[in-house]
Design a protein around this ligand. Structure first.
Ligand code: ASP
Length: 438
């Protein structure tokens, strides 16, 4: 058995967190591959090393003195090293980087990648694992996509049986330059390592006990989701939940490797397990997996008598939106009317032009705009083909006096989506949570 582990920034924030990581690894000898982020925030007012590195590069680029920021970065790592009593010369590397920074001779990507690099160096020393630099195995193609085959082959060649630590977030371009992923990209490195080594599980260690059933800023102490499928995860993140982006985990999904989100600060919690499908359910009576949503949508509603029998009306309306590069989230319709729902931010700057063009090209009987709409999604694979779930959803909302402005459900029945006024958003989520979870 092999478990590939990835520890995020909060798990790497200080020496105390390093000790927790070591305990987690010692507790299970199958955890032999470790991917780390740069040091994150230690408390709410603190700064992530990655943010400071971006700031440092911007200072240097515009000729502003970056010494104070650089000093904050280096001292974070030196503090960790000294608190853990590690004999590691970091000063020589810091001096060399600073010299290149002062001469504007280091790229932004390379400088920023040093956050994960030094985390991995320290962690490898602390664990007495082998340090493998990401440039040795994460290989990009010239177009910026990952060369999976070459990367997997390279990592496999390093696999020695001894534990390894490798930095997340960056790799090497064919021309020898360092390139970083987009923000949060250490998750991708972890997934690539798990896929390369055909791991039995990819453990993604963070500071929450898994993906929560609802936003904790809205619902007090929401329960974590024990099991979620990749399709549900996609629905949850599309509809607003702050979870791992589907795009970051494609390597493990491709290889059908389960992904387990865990909490470094509560390692006894099982966290959330993500898989393609589950043969048995942890809790078969739980029909809703998660509840999420977003505010600030606009609905354009159009009606035209006889539209139900006329060809091309919807296409004409949609082509106006397409011309203005507006992506539509939902399009609920009736016989002689149709509505399109999209984020207000995308449509507001061109709204009147768009309405004018729809008026001219479709000649509807009425055209209306509703804004300040929130979209709420109840997501759950177990509600498919099960009568009564949407009845329960809408009854609960009705009992709470919440008016529903729009309803949408895809034929896969993975979710029930509805629109409410922005001001009812939080209450709608709480009502659903309380009626399905408690
Ligand atoms: N340190 C990088 C960031 O803050 C990458 C990561 O942590 O995943 O975005």
């Amino acid at each position: 058995m092999l478990k590939v582990t990835k520890f995020g920034g909060s798990s790497m924030a200080d020496a105390g967190q390093y000790r927790k990581v070591r305990d987690i690894l010692l507790a299970d000898p199958e955890r032999r591959v470790v991917v780390v982020s740069a040091a994150g925030k230690r408390c709410s007012g603190d700064h992530k090393i990655t943010d400071l590195l971006y700031l440092c590069h911007a200072h240097a680029q515009y000729g502003v003195d970056c010494d104070p920021v650089f000093e904050r970065i280096t001292s974070r790592y030196l503090e960790i090293r000294d608190a853990l009593g590690l004999a590691l010369d970091l000063e020589t590397e810091f001096t060399a980087i600073k010299k290149r920074l002062d001469n504007n001779a280091i790229s932004q990507d390379e400088l920023v990648s040093r956050g994960e690099y030094f985390s991995a160096k320290l962690m490898a020393k602390f664990l007495d694992f082998k340090f493998i630099d990401a440039v040795e195995w994460v290989k990009f193609k010239m177009d910026g996509s990952v060369d999976q085959e070459a990367s997997y082959k390279a990592l496999r060649s390093f696999s020695t049986g001894k534990g390894i630590v490798t930095p997340g977030f960056y790799g090497l371009m064919p021309d020898g330059h360092i390139r970083t992923f987009s923000r949060g990209g250490s998750d991708i490195t972890g997934a690539l390592a798990a896929a390369a080594l055909d791991a039995d599980v990819y453990e993604n260690w963070t500071d929450v006990s898994g993906i929560l059933m609802a936003d904790p800023r809205i619902v007090e102490n929401p329960q974590p989701i024990p099991e979620v499928t990749y399709d549900e995860l996609r629905e949850l993140s599309y509809s607003g939940a702050q979870v791992l982006h589907e795009g970051t985990i494609f390597p493990v999904r491709e290889k059908n490797i389960p992904l387990n989100i865990r909490n470094t600060n509560a390692p006894e919690d099982p966290g959330t397990m993500i898989r393609e499908a589950f043969s048995t359910d942890a809790d078969p009576n739980r029909f809703i997996t998660g509840i999420t949503g977003k505010k600030d949508f606009t609905i354009i509603s159009m009606s035209k008598r006889g539209m139900g029998n006329e060809v091309g009306v919807l296409r004409k309306m949609l082509s106006v939106l397409e011309r203005h590069n507006i992506s539509i989230d939902y399009a609920p319709n009736g016989i002689d009317n149709v509505s399109v729902v999209m984020p207000t931010a995308s449509v507001a700057p061109k709204l009147y032009t768009i309405l004018g063009e729809i008026q001219q090209e479709v000649k509807p009987d009425s055209l209306e705009v509703h804004d300040k709409i929130a979209v709420v999604a109840a997501v759950g694979r177990r509600m498919a083909f099960r009568p009564g779930i949407s009845g329960k959803v809408f009854a609960a909302l009705g009992d709470a006096g919440i008016n529903i402005r729009m309803i949408n459900q895809g034929p896969d029945e993975l979710n029930i989506i509805f629109g409410v006024d922005n001001r009812d958003f939080a209450e709608a989520i709480r009502v659903l949570y309380n009626s399905f979870v408690k």
